[in-house]
Write a protein that binds this ligand. Structure first.
Ligand code: GTP
Ligand code: MG
Length: 335
């Protein structure tokens, strides 16, 4: 009776939700993968401890934020106090250590915006990226993880959106489309906006967790156990949420003026962020505020061409979810 307008198109919503839940289940990494990953990390820990007794390794990205599907790469941050060596030097040294340990395809990308070393472990085939002193990524991974523990619909929605983005080739920042991190923030923001809300705004609550990284204060409420029934008054199913998510990005988002902001739990204007003009390569054609580095727009990679590609894909998805008789297959068809 109280179906939202976009849902009237789908008489078979229950079946669709059931199929989407099955797809979500199939994307969850098996326990075996988790075990291999732990072994791999404890080996890396030993390698690092031998060279730098004071250093520590932190997991971040999809292995740490609960949004990792099967066979994700592992993102690791080396945290180290070394005044002598630059990040690029540390990356080069790490690469040498990995090569002498027989890791495969070791590549040091010292000129990237974030210098990293990439490699593969030969026995397990696990691929890993290591960066240096990038603690903000570790903290934003914890923030995403904490959100994922409040309502299971976030993890379900984000898995399907990430899966869709990879299949449709709109998860490629080097080609001007969005990162997985940006898609998860879009999902969190979307669930903060539902009426009644499915997610709270953790950065708008009394902080129980505080760290300072460089000159950035990160503070938010992280006692997630107390928020287990937060979204209980909202009964929307995965099928409804996925449909409304794409409707939002296809037809409702104000690309000209609005900035989505997980930090404030709402919208900001491009005016107040001073994101109205192109500066350098940053055009701000779709604006997603980083919850910790607030000067940072995760849509900065999007250009004149890729904004078209993205918006066409949002339209395509929304149309399929309205009219297609077999949306589960069509939606995720490889590009
Ligand atoms: P998949 O590898 O695609 O499964 O997803 P992922 O969660 O690992 O995401 P991604 O590779 O996009 O990013 C890895 C991590 O790097 C994210 O979880 C963030 O912590 C961090 N990160 C990625 N992009 C940015 C960015 O533009 N700014 C900041 N501050 N952190 C970022
Ligand atoms: Mg990753």
């Amino acid at each position: 009776p109280s179906l939202r307008p976009e849902m009237r198109y789908r008489p078979d919503l229950e079946k669709f939700t059931f199929q989407m839940l099955q797809m979500y289940q199939s994307l969850i990494p098996p326990e075996e993968e988790e075990r291999k990953r732990r072994q791999f990390l404890s080996h890396l820990d030993q390698l690092v401890a031998r060279e730098w007794p004071g250093a520590r390794l932190f997991l971040f990205g999809s292995c740490a934020n609960a949004f990792g599907v099967c066979n994700s790469d592992i993102d690791v941050c080396l945290s180290i106090n070394d005044d002598q060596l630059s990040k690029a030097d540390l990356v080069l040294k790490m690469a040498a250590i990995l090569r002498s340990d027989n890791m495969q395809n070791v590549q040091a990308l010292t000129h990237a915006r974030v210098p990293i070393v990439k490699f593969t472990e030969s026995t397990t085939g696990i691929s890993c990226d290591i960066c240096v002193n990038n603690m903000l990524a570790v903290v934003n991974s914890k923030l995403l993880h904490d959100y994922s523990q409040i309502d299971v619909r976030l993890r379900q929605l984000a898995f399907l959106v990430k899966h869709w983005a990879k299949r449709r080739q709109v998860n490629e920042t080097y080609r001007g489309t969005l990162s997985s991190y940006a898609y998860v923030l879009m999902c969190i923001h979307f669930l903060q906006q539902r009426k009644p809300a499915i997610l709270p705004c953790l950065q708008d609550m009394r902080p129980t967790y505080r760290v300072t990284v460089g000159n950035i204060e990160c503070a938010y409420y992280d006692q997630i156990e107390t928020l287990q029934s937060f979204g209980a008054n909202n009964k929307e199913t995965l099928g409804e949420l996925l449909t409304s998510f794409f409707e939002y990005w296809a037809f409702r988002h104000d690309y000209t003026r609005a900035v989505i902001s997980v930090r404030t739990g709402g919208y900001l204007s491009k005016d107040e962020k001073e994101w109205t003009r192109r500066i350098g390569n940053e055009r701000h054609l779709i604006c997603i505020e980083d919850p910790l580095e607030v000067a940072h727009d995760l849509g900065r990679v999007v250009d004149r061409h890729s904004i078209r590609v993205l918006r066409d894909e949002f339209h395509r998805a929304a149309k399929i979810l309205r009219h297609d008789l077999n949306p589960c297959t069509t939606l995720f068809e490889p590009f």
